[in-house]
Design a protein around this ligand. Structure first.
Ligand SMILES: C=C(O[C@@H]1C=C(C(=O)O)C=C[C@H]1O)C(=O)O
Length: 392
């Protein structure tokens, strides 16, 4: 079989009823998968573990999908409450390998030219999150909660998926890209955040927490990065995530944990973050999904204490998150793979797009500033939607 061009893979994505596109910005991962051998809708960690073992034993091919953030259900969705599938065919673009049944690739499709018709925001969000700030001010054990909001967008016509993938590649070159398609539903993420990668016994994860905008020029950008790095609130928020990840990796028996002593800066086009990469060695008694289970949700997406934060999220957020901020990724038949955190994300169905963004809230947070920060985090998906419009 000769390998496909990337445009053929993008056009084929558009016409497939089940499909996945998963790429990392470091150039080490790029998959397109089409069709479906088997699927599992809404499984728990344990159910996915059991199902995966059976599926990959019967058919040693990669499996893609994601877990919902928590157990709040989104009515009427076969994707957002957790979804895993084994594509009938996977194109591993990095290795130039084709895994599975052969299919006829699509040679051309027409762009749709969809435009944004209406936009609806949760304008009462700042007022609602104030309750969490007040709670943390009164109770110092309650350290951090990440609160999200959603933006609903109506499009004039159906989204064009090959254009969507091209736009992700063009406008978000420093992020992961994940597009998961099941029938008429799509989940899209341009996240900067790795949850965990397992590669031949090596484990790699990262703390990504603490945010500031990008500057208008290089000097201003560096000043902002410096401000973020020295800011007490952001450093505490970041350290909470680092310490919790470290403790959870130790609980998962990860050996030889290594990390820098001070955070680095991770830049995306819209925002920059405090970032600490963490590595270790996988013990014989654990695996990729075991570590996902142990880590999720980190306080970068949940909070601290975890149970209190999850209750606050359920009480304060207006809608369930579904795959937003959940672990999404791939497991290869050799038990390697990678899960990322499904943020900078959208859920799309029938001309309606739901965009998601959240921010870490502490006792000294300012609700209005957090609203602005979440606005910046909505921009990656806004930009790809705006790129649907046809240009002459
Ligand atoms: C929750 C989001 O981002 C998370 C929250 C961050 C913060 O509050 O500083 C930074 C990165 C992510 O861990 C999001 O983008 O929706």
């Amino acid at each position: 079989m000769t390998f496909a061009t990337e445009e053929e893979l993008q056009w084929s994505f558009e016409l497939a009823s089940d499909a996945v596109y998963f790429a990392s910005s470091d150039g080490q991962t790029k998959y397109y998968g089409f069709g479906k051998n088997v699927e599992l809708i809404g499984g728990s960690f344990e159910q996915v573990q059991d199902w995966l073992a059976k599926v990959q034993q019967a058919n040693p091919q990669p499996v893609f999908g994601g877990f919902a953030f928590d157990d709040q259900e989104i009515n009427d969705s076969e994707l957002m409450n957790g979804y895993f599938f084994q594509p009938a065919i996977v194109y591993d673009v990095v290795k130039q390998e084709i895994i599975g049944q052969n299919i006829d690739l699509v040679r051309q499709t027409q762009p749709s030219g969809a435009e944004i018709v209406t936009t609806e925001d949760e304008t009462d969000w700042s007022a609602r999150i104030q309750a969490a700030i007040d709670d943390m001010r009164q109770n110092s054990v309650h350290e951090k909660v990440v609160l999200g909001r959603q933006r609903q967008i109506n499009l004039s016509s159906a989204l064009n998926e090959s254009q969507l993938i091209k736009s992700l590649q063009k406008t978000q070159p420093t992020s992961y890209h994940f597009v998961l398609k099941h029938c008429d539903e799509l989940f899209v993420s341009a996240t900067p955040e790795r949850l965990v990668k397992v590669d031949g016994g090596k484990v790699a994860t990262a703390a990504v927490a603490g945010t500031i905008k990008r500057g208008e020029n290089q000097v201003n950008d560096e000043t902002l990065a410096d401000e973020l790095w020295h800011d007490q609130k952001n450093r505490i928020e970041h350290q909470t995530v680092v310490e919790t990840i470290k403790a959870n990796l130790q609980a998962a028996n990860i050996i030889d944990l290594q990390m820098p002593t001070a955070p680095q800066i991770l830049k995306n086009p819209q925002v920059q973050h405090l970032y600490t990469p963490i590595t270790g060695e996988l013990p014989a008694d654990n695996n990729l999904l075991g570590i996902v289970k142990q880590l999720h949700p980190t306080p970068a997406l949940g909070g601290k204490p975890r149970t209190w934060a999850l209750d606050k999220i359920a009480a304060i957020e207006k809608y369930p998150r579904g795959l937003f901020s959940g672990p999404i990724g791939v497991i290869t038949p050799d038990a390697d793979g990678e899960f990322i955190v499904g943020i900078r994300a959208m859920w799309y169905r029938e001309k309606m797009a739901n965009l998601f963004a959240g921010a870490g809230i502490l006792a000294d947070s300012d609700a209005a500033m957090e609203y602005q920060e979440t606005g910046l985090k909505l921009l990656p998906m806004m930009n790809v939607l705006k790129e649907q419009i046809l240009h002459d």
